[in-house]
Design a protein around this ligand. Structure first.
Ligand code: FES
Length: 257
């Protein structure tokens, strides 16, 4: 009898526990339904798991700022356009008025295309920037029979003050036998001054002066030999050393560029 009482109590405890769990689950379910019904969160995928219909995300959009962003964009585009137009107009007017004042009493107005040319020139590099593209060298500092290397626009330039013997040697070469046929006189403005870029025409190494089989320059990278006029004589380089633009504005002045 006692054991029957214990068993009935245990059964009653188990039933009451399962009832409590069920009630708790019901409570959670109800609260979730209430929460959902309140509309604080509604999944756009709800009920769409097996459909190709695109869920509606419109309720995620921030409805308060879209017009504000558009207005800001329009304002910025308009402002930048107005500033650019005003700058261009004032520049053209400045050039035009300068032209007009300068020529008003001496000649008829210039055609518009000339004004446009002047405008484009006005937009190009200024005189001081162009001046930096030139290098002036005092030739008195280079003794006869010596090489000098200077840097011009990031490249080395070889300047050789050649002796009379070197000039003779350069002129004795049979031009037709050269890989890149060029007479010495076509490579110099003054025979005693040889000016050329110090960049090997093979792959761009800097050749060594007073070296090689022809008494000129030797490129150690792959073994190109240049003569005393900078012409390729042996090795893989295809062309003579390049001659840059230069001038002698005075007797002892050299300007490269
Ligand atoms: S770079 Fe001068 S020989 Fe190749």
């Amino acid at each position: 009898m006692a054991s029957l009482t214990i068993a009935s109590r245990a059964l009653a405890r188990g039933v009451s526990r399962s009832t409590a769990c069920l009630n708790a689950a019901r409570t959670l379910s109800t609260s979730a339904q209430l929460h959902d019904a309140a509309g604080s969160y509604s999944s756009p995928f709800k009920g769409e798991s097996k459909s190709t219909k695109i869920p509606d995300f419109s309720h995620y959009l921030n409805k308060g700022t879209s017009n504000t962003n558009l207005l800001f964009s329009y304002f910025m585009v308009g402002t930048m356009g107005a500033i650019t137009a005003a700058g261009a107009k004032s520049t053209v007017q400045g050039v035009y008025s300068t032209q007009h004042i300068a020529i008003a009493h001496v000649a008829p107005r210039r055609p518009k295309h000339q004004i446009a040319d002047q405008f484009l020139k006005n937009m190009s590099a200024s005189a001081d920037v162009l001046a930096m593209a030139k290098v002036e060298v005092d030739l008195n500092a280079i003794p006869e029979g010596k090489n000098v290397i200077i840097k011009w626009r990031g490249k080395p330039v070889f300047i050789r003050h050649r002796t009379a013997d070197e000039i003779d040697e350069a002129n004795k070469v049979n031009v037709a036998s050269l890989r890149d046929p060029q007479a010495d006189e076509d490579r110099v403005q003054k025979p005693e001054w040889l000016v050329m870029l110090g960049v090997c025409t093979h792959l761009g190494c800097v050749p060594i002066g007073e070296a090689g089989d022809f008494g000129g320059w030797f490129c150690p990278c792959h073994g190109s030999h240049y003569d005393i006029s900078g012409r390729i004589r042996k090795g893989p380089a295809p062309l003579n050393l390049e001659i840059p633009t230069y001038d002698f504005p005075e007797e002892d002045k050299l300007v490269i560029g």
